[in-house]
Design a protein around this ligand. Sequence first.
Ligand code: GDD
Ligand code: MN
Length: 414
Amino acid sequence: MKINSSNSLLTVPTGPLKISDLPPKRVGTSSKSTHLSLIIPTYKERDNINNVVRILSQLLDESIPGHYELIVVDDDSPDRTWEIAQSLTAKYPQLRVMRRQRERGLSSAVIRGWQAASGSVLGVIDGDLQHPPEVLMQLLRSVEEGADLAVASRHLDGGGVSRWSIVRRFLSRGAQMLGLVILPGVLGRVSDPMSGYFLVRRSAIAGATLNPVGYKILLEVIGRGKVDQLAEVGYVFCERKRGESKVTWKQYIDYIHHLVRLRLSTGRVGRLSKKVNFPIGRFLRFGLVGFSGVFVDMAVLYLLSDPSTLAWLLIPSKIIAGEIAILNNFFWNDAWTFADVSTRQQEWHQRLKRFLKFNAICLAGLLLNVLILNLVFNFIIPNRYIANLIAIAIATIWNFWMNFKLSWRVTDVK
Ligand code: GDD
Ligand code: MN
């Protein structure tokens, strides 16, 4: 097959997920500036891609001929959706195709598409025809009338979900309520924060580094962008006719993770954590892991020393329980709290080194704990429980900070 420049695949952008201010200049293309760049993320949509592209092209050719581009971003689908899409470029000159072979996931697919886009208005629509294409023109009009962000919403007049089960409706609303509690400033602004069908002005998100976690890219746009004027258009989420949904339980976990991350990095909390330069998110994870260690410690202590189980002596039992709790905590901190650092240092001797350091720091933390308890109890607050709480808090900060600086330090200096 001969590939000329007009139907070759787009290069996948690398580096941080940041949208640039000025559209990248394309040499050798027509001088018509692109107004709208619409991303169609796809994974195993071979039965839909043709129809989506045909319907969208027809619509846009009527209203803004030549002033748009459709960008299919496919994650190397095993059904070769990208190949079919690429073969369509001959018929639809405004169509571009990106095939991602390294990165995965809906959100980052959309952002990579935007990075390769040249429009001043950026958008996204599902590639399975569940988002009615006609609504696109209403969204575009809203932006032209001044909106920074125009969202298609299922929860407005004229909107809805066609034949969703009670369970799916319940989960969807539950997720929205949870979001309203954790991130009222973001989710409170739109009636359908889960929507994956919207247009945004490039200027509203240029410069912000977006996060790839999860399915719900709209949360990122509202949370990190500069969205002053917001418009919503009602739509009915159609039934899928071909292919299948990729939503799994993992998406719900990702969603909660995403909410917490946004909460910690934006708004007042985010500004505070930047100002004091303290990694609040990491610290909370570290604290949660420490909390899990308490249960491990208790359980092992029970198994070893309870009269109804092994009935060992208390002191050796506690030493073993404590050490197993430390192992538990190390495992989770390595896999979660400091995952970004540990994935870069995966050799077993590097892991062992981290574990030994972690152990030593935690032991020193224990000594510190006892020392502070004594000091506070004897000289400052003569209440052993309050004194113990203070001691635990200081020891936790010590453990965190020392491990942050010494155990999970980035040492791969070239
Ligand atoms: N590139 C890429 N990579 N595309 C993906 C991936 C991925 O990992 N996962 C899903 N997609 C594409 C699908 O091919 C489809 O075009 C679109 O993203 C939505 O995926 P579905 O699996 O069909 O999701 P849904 O039907 O449950 O829709 C829900 O999520 C949408 C996206 O956020 C609803 O909440 C919609 O309102 C929302 O638009
Ligand atoms: Mn779908």
